[in-house]
Structures are given as C-alpha cells and as structure tokens.
Design a protein around this ligand. Structure first.
Ligand SMILES: [Zn+2]
Ligand SMILES: [Zn+2]
Length: 256
C-alpha cells in the first residue's frame, strides 16, 4: 500500500488552494519540497526521514532549506536528501552554500549533521520499504521522474517534463503500473508556452494517457495558476472513459 498526501500539487502559488509540488508517501518519505510542504504540521515535518527530489527548480525545493532548519531540534538522525548527482551538485553550489542558506551537511558537525545530500545510485534505492528508480524526463536542466514500488503497487511520477518518449515508453512497458502521477502545466491552446518551458500540455497528455491500459489511474498535477479549469475541461472530455484525477493540494490517495 502506498498512501500519498498531495501537500502541494499546483504549478504555482496564489491563495491557500495553490501550493507547489510536495507529496508525502507513507508519512516518512517526501517527493519534492515545494510550498505544499509548509502546510504540514511541525510534527508531520519532523517525521520525514527522506526527501527525494525530481529537480532543483524553486517550485520543487522552496521549502527544503526551511524544513531542515525547522525540525533539526526535533530529530536525532540527519534528514536524507536524494536526487540525481547533477541535482545534488546544484543544491550544494546554489542553495546550501552558506550564502543563500547554511550548509547543513556540516552543521552542527560533519559526523552528525542535520542533513545529508546523497546522489541517487543508478540502480535506485529502497527508502522506508519504497523502491525508487529514476525515470527519464526532458526539462532543460538535470531532472527525472520516479518509479515507486511497494508490494503489488507501482506508481510512476513524471516530475516536470516536456512530452518525453522515453518516460512514456517505460510507463507503457510497465505491466505492474497502478497509477501515473503526471504533470500538465497548460491547456493545448498554450502549446507554444508549454514547449518553450519544457512542460506538458493537455492535448499531448490526453494522447499519452489514452494509450495506457484502461485500469491505470492518472493523477494530473502541476496545473499552472489560471489554467486549472481549461486543463480539466480538456482532459475530462478527451478521457471520459478513464480514471483521471485532478487533485487540489491537501488531498490524500491510497493505492494498493
Ligand atoms: Zn521545473
Ligand atoms: Zn515545477
């Protein structure tokens, strides 16, 4: 069983109803650390042992520096952060550089720090019983999606990406797939903007989702502010025979 609390699943901010990407899996593992993370209670934040990042764009890491600082006194083990090696290098150089934010990998000391930054092994890793392997993404900077498996339940997370053949090929070949959690930032009327910013639009996504097995649930996230309804209308019309969810921040899904 995998329980997902979609603390943030929007493509931007604006009111309480919009929080950026942050998903709590089975209470102790977080995928991305956008502004949705800040809606969790202090106790819930302190229970997070692992943060797995798709990429280093601010809407996916904005609350990571604040998380470490907020819960440090409540934890007796370092917070473990996992990402592609290139993403870890970006975090070290540009965030935890003692200018934007302290280098919490050596505070209070390097042996027992508040946080450790770990390059994700190429073979993947198991965290709290959840098996993570990276999936391809195309976003103009180092980025990936994730395949997450526990028991008979397998979820595929796209991360931020343009229409990535290699991601969809991996998803299509995965006969164990339970659900795909996929970004859709724009309606198809904004296809040019979607291409420029290397995001999905609803027209391309509808084509991809209609090719999946009909029992696979789709969870559509990362809708940009102001385009939520247009995306929902387009996808609902194109995929009327499918289980397509259009969540708002705070919703909880359980798979398996
Ligand atoms: Zn991004
Ligand atoms: Zn994003």
């Amino acid at each position: 069983m995998i329980r997902i609390q979609l603390a943030g699943c929007s493509g931007g901010i604006g009111g309480r109803e919009r929080q950026t990407t942050s998903y709590l899996l089975n209470d102790t593992v977080l995928i991305d650390a956008g502004t949705g993370l800040g809606t969790l209670s202090l106790e819930a934040m302190a229970s997070i042992d692992h943060v797995v990042l798709t990429h280093a764009h601010l809407d996916h890491i904005a609350c990571l520096p604040l998380l470490v600082d907020s819960v440090a006194a409540m934890r007796n083990a370092p917070l473990q952060v996992w990402a592609l090696p290139d993403v870890i290098a970006i975090l070290r150089a540009h965030i935890f550089n003692n200018q934007i934010w302290p280098d919490f990998t050596v505070i209070p000391d390097a042996v027992n720090p508040f946080m450790q930054l770990n390059p994700l092994p190429a073979t993947g890793i198991t965290l709290a019983g959840l098996q993570f392997t990276a999936l391809p993404a195309l976003h103009g900077i180092p980025a990936c999606g994730y395949r997450v498996t526990k028991g008979n339940t397998t979820l595929a997370f796209s991360g931020d990406t343009s229409d990535c053949n290699a991601f969809w090929q991996a998803v299509l070949e995965d006969s164990a797939l339970t659900a795909v959690i996929v970004e859709c930032s724009y309606p198809s009327t904004m296809a040019t903007m979607a291409d420029l910013s290397m995001h999905m639009h609803a027209g391309a996504l509808a084509q991809r989702l209609s090719a999946l097995a009909s029992n696979v649930t789709s969870v559509v996230i990362h809708r940009k502010p102001g385009f939520e309804e247009a995306i929902a209308t387009e996808l609902t019309a194109a995929l009327s025979d499918r289980d397509v969810r259009l969540p708002h921040p705070g919703e909880v899904y359980q798979f398996g």
